[in-house]
Design a protein around this ligand. Structure first.
Ligand code: SF4
Ligand code: SF4
Ligand code: SF4
Length: 240
């Protein structure tokens, strides 16, 4: 039941992507930065950072439109992705983008105003034919990478949003703030590794069980491992 609800949320988010696309756009945030304004997209990245502090990467597992796309692609190519190598590519992309964003704000003399609806028409992102080209390009890119690289390949390899979530997670951990996580009862585990096979982020959950919880910054709190485990070893540890 939990997985059904999760997938429905992801598909609804994917369905709404023509409306929300520009709120996740790196281009919109950079365009705003050079004009000295915090766009809706830049605000979204700040929100992702804040949500990461308490809820880790639950956004990825439950609400991200690209997550819905990844669920579809996973039915075609369920092979695990090479997370370690792809992570290097992702952080290189992020470094370039974040560098340009920061430069924009510096050249503009800082943040002088807010423009939450920048580059949207009445809250709608895809409001004219040319924007459909961008829309299909983004969807196509993520879908092809998911198919080619394995489970959530685009998330591992190109996502410019997840570094904000992981940065929030890191800050929450350093400050010992309450953070949602998957916890484990080691003594009940029978090493069947069903959790490993099911994990969409290709995490070695079985190994994580030995440490008492899943600490990986790749964990998207989807709960697939919790629901597949025949011995109820895994459960959510909610922020207290
Ligand atoms: S990694 Fe990026 S694209 Fe993938 S679900 Fe998370 S925010 Fe969305
Ligand atoms: S599915 Fe459960 S019992 Fe099997 S390896 Fe994972 S945690 Fe252990
Ligand atoms: S470790 Fe469990 S909750 Fe985390 S991503 Fe993997 S299956 Fe989902």
């Amino acid at each position: 039941m939990r997985q059904k609800i999760r997938r429905i949320l992801l598909y609804v988010s994917l369905f709404l992507f023509p409306i929300t696309m520009n709120f996740f756009s790196p281009y919109v945030s950079i365009d705003g930065a050079f004009a000295g304004v915090l766009s809706g997209s830049a605000m979204m990245f700040v929100l992702l950072f804040l949500s990461g502090i308490f809820f880790g990467r639950a956004w990825c597992g439950w609400l991200c439109p690209a997550g819905g796309l990844a669920e579809v692609a996973q039915t075609v190519n369920p092979k695990p992705a090479n997370a370690k190598t792809l992570r290097i590519v992702r952080y290189c992309i992020f470094a370039v983008w974040f560098g340009v964003l920061t430069t924009g704000f510096i050249l503009a003399g800082g943040i002088k105003g807010l423009d939450p609806l920048r580059m949207t028409e009445h809250y709608i992102s895809v409001d004219e034919p040319v924007k459909y080209i961008i829309y299909y390009f983004v969807l196509g890119l993520f879908f092809i990478l998911d198919l080619a690289l394995g489970r959530r390949g685009a998330c591992h390899g190109v996502c410019w949003m997840s570094p904000f979530l992981t940065a929030g997670m890191a800050v929450g951990r350093v400050l010992h703030l309450p953070q949602m996580r998957i916890k484990a009862k080691l003594e009940a585990c029978i090493d069947c590794k069903k959790c490993n096979n099911k994990c969409p982020m290709s995490i070695d959950v079985n190994a994580a069980v030995k440490t008492g919880s899943v600490k990986s910054f790749d964990c998207i709190l989807c709960g697939e491992c919790v629901d597949v485990c025949p011995k109820n070893v895994l459960s959510y540890r909610k922020p207290k």
